[in-house]
Structures are given as structure tokens and as C-alpha cells.
Design a protein around this ligand. Structure first.
Ligand code: CAA
Length: 389
């Protein structure tokens, strides 16, 4: 299909998309099923993605990154997720939840120390907001950071941390002033080797099984005050600002899964015969193909729109929460729709582990849950439209 008329791609966009596609199909697609089955973290291919610059695509070159725009990021991430969404979420968290926050709110020293190793692919970053009793209601966290001279002492338990078991550095959100609620939260950059920080058991998940997820347990974990990101009490704003970028990434992940499911379905519908004709000639299948394609193209435009809004916001300082939430909501529901349709089109084969359709189906579900459930996206969109925030 021709490129979007509304968002024409420049040569750099096409180059990064084609590089990512080539790498993903050669290096990731052949191992995706094996790592999904074992649940092992694919460190070798993640390191190779780092060497190609995919872990810091938008990080300025002066901090070791590729210095590209958000459209490039969306294009590359979609291609990686088309091959394997588990590799994709590691890339998404590194670029958006981790690097973007430090680049936006950090000091030069923090960028040098905490962004460079991630952007050059030598280390892995993670973001830790959720707690066992506060997921969607993120500001209701209970973990505490108490100032002690030149240090903060961190105590508490964080959950559902993507790359928790393997990350070298974390952006962690903790309460510094319980009475102030959202305005009492602060953000900290924590080296994974800091005494007092332990990683909980690795979660066993329905999908994106090769990405490693765990709890983090903080017991009198002393972090230098110089590692506070932003001002004391600014943490919730940082967490939300960063999630706006993260949601574009998860939208791209969802688009990649949807495209993979769709492309396999088109091939199958053209080849498979039943009742003396190709199954694609039955309207029951043909209309499914039409609905998948329509939703995929709508998701793509919404994502490109959110990517452009984010890049424009660099100058204007305006929030792009609405565009990011709309894109994430629509793309994640499209991923679920397409993966469901693809399994149905393939029948028994779709249900079998011989083909990747059932993996797409399991992987798609998380895009409706993490970095804000579909219900939270609807809340963000409706509040914005009704002028409630
Ligand atoms: N950008 C900047 N500031 C923002 C913001 C944004 N996108 N959203 C809210 N804020 C600010 C508000 O302006 C407000 O500040 P003021 O008081 O100065 O006006 C402050 O933050 C509090 O905002 P709200 O009153 O809207 O906060 P709330 O408690 O009602 O929560 C919410 C809003 C949208 C529900 C939010 O809590 C939310 O997004 N929840 C979902 C959390 C989430 O996505 N968690 C996933 C974690 S990451 C993960 O999934 C794991 C992983 O590793 C991938």
C-alpha cells in the first residue's frame, strides 16, 4: 500500500522503517516462538537492537542516541512488534518511560549517567510506578522516600515492573509527603545494584512472555539526593508526562501485532479452499479482512497524529495526552480485534502453536491493560472533552 497522504514519510523515516523491518524479520521472527514458550529474556537480540540504536532512538546524539523524531520511533517499534511484541515492549519502555522522563526533567549529569548507557544499548532501563494496591489509581501509592541528609531512604513494594528482573537502572516513584497526595510524590533514579533493592519473583504471564516482569522490594534503600528526578513533589506530573509518550509506544506495539495478524490472514484467505473456493471469496471472511484493514489504517493515522503532536509539543510545550490516549485506545482494541479475527480465519490452525496467531492473540491483550487500561484512556479522553481537567 502507498504511504499515508496525510503523513508523508521522508527518506529518514523510510530508512529506519526498512532497517527495523529487515532486522526484525531476520533476527527476531525466527526465535519469537521459542522465547515465548520458554519465557526466557532474549538478551542477545535486545543487545543487538541496542547496537542498532533502537533503545535510544529519540535520545540526542550528544547522549549516545540516534536523535530521531517520534514518527521514526513509531515506525521502527511497529516493525519490531510485528515480529515479536515482547522485544517491542523492552524497546518501548527504554525509549519512552525511561529515557524520555530523564531527558525532559533530568540534569546534564543525570542524562550522562543514566541515559547514555541505555541509549548505547549497554544497559536496560525500567519504570516503576504501580504498586500492589495502586494500579489505575496511581497517585494512591504507599511506598515512602524519606530524606536523610544527602540521601533519600526508600521503602515499599512496587509491582508489574517491565524488565524488573533484568534492568540495570530504574525510574521509581515514591511518596515523599503522604498528606499532599499526588503533589507528595517524587521520582528517583535508582541503580539496580543499590543495597536494599531486591527483585521479586518473575511473573508468569499470558502473553509477551519473553519480556521479564517482576516486583521490586525496597528495604531501607539509600539513594543519593542527587538522583531525585525533578523537584520534590513533582513526581506525579513526571509519571503522567512520561506515560503520554509511553502510550504512543504501546499504540505502535498494538499496530505491529494487528498488522502481523492481518497479513497472515490475507495470505491464508487467498490460499485455503473450502466448499470448492478460496475462503477469502466468502463474504464472512472477506468482510473480516475489510474490517481488520480499516481499523489498522485508522490506528496508523491516529498514531502518526499523536507522534506529530508530541514533536510539535517540543516547541509549544502543549500536552498531547488526548492524542496519545485516543491512539493507544483505538490501536490496542484494533490489535485485539485483528488477533481474534485472525485466529478465527485460520480455524484449528489458528488455535495451534504451530503458527504465531495464538501468540498474537495472547500478546494483544496486554496492550489494553498496561500503561493505562482502556478504561483509563476513556477517562483521560472524556475528562479532556468535557473540560473536567
Ligand atoms: N501530563 C502532565 N500532568 C498531568 C497529566 C499529564 N498527562 N495527567 C495529570 N496531570 C497532572 C494534573 O494536571 C494534576 O496537576 P494539578 O493538580 O497541578 O492540576 C495532577 O497531575 C493530578 O491529576 P489528576 O487529578 O487528573 O490525577 P488522578 O489521580 O485523577 O489520576 C489518571 C489521573 C489519568 C487516572 C492517572 O492516575 C492515570 O493515568 N492512571 C493510570 C496509570 C497507569 O497508566 N499505570 C501504568 C503504569 S506503567 C506499566 O503499565 C508497567 C510497565 O512497566 C509498562
Amino acid at each position: 500500500m502507498a504511504d499515508s497522504a496525510l503523513f508523508p514519510l521522508n527518506d529518514e523515516h523510510k530508512m529506519i522503517r526498512d532497517t527495523a523491518r529487515d532486522f526484525a524479520q531476520k533476527e527476531i521472527a525466527p526465535i519469537a516462538a521459542q522465547f515465548d514458550e520458554s519465557g526466557e529474556f532474549p538478551l542477545e537480540t535486545i543487545r543487538k537492537m541496542g547496537a542498532l540504536g533502537f533503545m535510544g532512538l529519540q535520545v540526542p546524539e550528544k547522549y549516545g542516541g540516534a536523535g530521531m523524531d517520534t514518527m521514526s520511533y513509531v515506525l521502527a517499534l511497529t516493525e519490531i512488534c510485528k515480529a515479536d511484541a515482547a522485544h517491542g515492549v523492552v524497546m518501548s519502555v527504554n525509549n519512552s518511560l525511561y529515557c524520555h522522563g530523564i531527558l525532559t526533567f533530568g540534569t546534564d549529569e543525570q542524562k550522562e549517567k543514566f541515559v547514555r548507557p541505555i541509549a548505547t544499548g549497554k544497559a536496560i532501563g525500567a519504570y516503576s510506578l504501580t504498586e500492589p494496591m495502586s494500579g489505575s489509581d496511581a497517585s494512591n501509592m504507599k511506598s515512602r522516600a524519606t530524606r536523610d541528609g544527602d540521601f533519600y531512604v526508600l521503602n515499599g513494594r512496587k509491582s508489574w515492573v517491565t524488565s524488573g528482573p533484568v534492568a540495570d537502572y530504574f525510574v521509581v516513584f515514591m511518596m515523599t509527603d503522604l498528606e499532599k497526595k499526588a503533589k507528595g510524590i517524587s521520582a528517583f533514579l535508582v541503580d539496580g545494584k543499590t543495597p536494599g533493592l531486591t527483585r521479586g519473583k518473575k511473573e508468569s504471564k499470558l502473553g509477551i512472555r519473553a519480556s521479564a516482569t517482576s516486583e521490586l522490594i525496597f528495604e531501607d534503600c539509600r539513594v543519593p539526593a542527587a538522583n531525585r528526578l525533578g523537584a520534590q513533589g513533582e513526581g506525579f506530573r513526571i509519571a503522567m508526562t512520561v506515560l503520554d509518550v509511553g502510550r504512543i509506544g504501546i499504540g505502535a506495539q498494538a499496530l505491529g501485532i494487528a498488522e502481523a495478524a492481518y497479513e497472515a490472514s490475507v495470505v491464508y484467505a487467498r490460499e485455503r479452499e473450502a466448499f470448492g473456493q478460496k475462503i477469502g471469496e466468502f463474504q464472512g471472511i472477506g468482510f473480516k479482512i475489510a474490517d481488520m484493514k480499516t481499523r489498522i489504517e485508522a490506528s496508523r493515522l491516529l498514531l502518526y497524529n499523536a507522534a506529530m503532536a508530541k514533536d510539535l509539543a517540543k516547541e509549544s510545550g502543549e500536552r498531547f495526552s488526548l492524542q496519545a490516549s485516543i491512539a493507544k485506545l483505538f490501536a490496542s482494541e484494533t490489535a485485539m480485534f485483528c488477533a481474534h479475527a485472525a485466529v478465527q480465519i485460520h480455524g484449528g490452525l489458528g488455535y495451534s502453536r504451530e503458527l504465531p496467531l495464538e501468540r498474537y492473540f495472547r500478546d494483544a491483550k496486554i496492550t489494553e491493560i498496561y500503561e493505562g487500561t482502556s478504561e483509563i484512556q476513556r477517562l483521560v479522553i472524556s475528562r479532556a472533552e468535557l473540560g473536567l481537567r
